[in-house]
Design a protein around this ligand. Structure first.
Ligand SMILES: CC(C)(COP(=O)(O)OP(=O)(O)OC[C@H]1O[C@@H](n2cnc3c(N)ncnc32)[C@H](O)[C@@H]1OP(=O)(O)O)[C@@H](O)C(=O)NCCC(=O)NCCS
Length: 165
């Protein structure tokens, strides 16, 4: 398999991004939504991020979107302006081949260059892969919020990891 090309996402990538996003909604605890989203949802997300100067990066392999990463606002309020929350998603059949690793470095570099001070990983548990990925990039485990979500008939915990940039 060839090495991924990491580049800025375009609108033409949104259908493939949507497929990865919806797989995470339907088959994981990473996104706390219950139903698959329409393309308009990702289009609105794309425009929102673009308007705020927040990047969406894709990793492309053989012309297809293998994964994507982005960061957005952590919480509302001017005081939080230098803190961002990351998201990283890799196509299920291409996991554990270094795609997320290829995306995270440039994403962190972008945040640092944009003057951001802290990046947060907010990880729905269990998610051994995401916890290990964030730890590998120097995110520190700040603790777990208990039973703050509900999906698939059970409470969800959220692990907070932070990296000071
Ligand atoms: C988490 C996720 C993005 C990792 O992507 P990936 O491309 O498979 O990860 P990589 O192959 O780049 O792995 C990078 C490092 O992450 C860690 N890692 C990744 N998957 C792992 C797993 N299943 N178990 C343990 N560690 C794992 C390892 O430290 C790995 O480095 P190594 O391969 O040198 O040991 C991917 O599993 C995914 O898309 N999961 C579903 C969506 C999700 O949970 N996103 C995160 C929301 S917070």
């Amino acid at each position: 398999m060839s090495a991924p090309i990491v580049r800025v996402a375009t609108r033409a990538d949104l259908a493939e991004i949507l497929a990865i996003h919806n797989d995470a909604i339907l088959n994981s605890l990473a996104i706390w939504q219950y139903e698959a989203a329409p393309l308009a949802n990702r289009e609105a997300w794309f425009e929102d991020r673009a308007g705020k100067g927040q990047p969406i990066l894709v990793a492309e392999i053989d012309g297809a979107v293998a994964g994507y990463a982005s960061y957005g606002d952590f919480r509302h309020g001017a005081g939080y302006g230098r803190t961002v929350e990351d998201s990283v998603y890799v196509r299920a059949d291409l996991r554990r081949t270094g795609i997320a690793r290829a995306l995270m470095g440039p994403l962190i570099d972008h945040a640092r260059a944009a003057g951001r001070h802290v990046m947060i990983g907010a990880i729905g548990l269990p998610n051994e892969a995401s916890v290990a990925l964030h730890a590998a990039f120097g995110f520190v485990d700040m603790g777990t919020l208990r039973e703050i979500g509900w999906k698939n008939g059970g409470w969800l915990d959220l692990k907070m990891m932070q990296k000071t940039l």
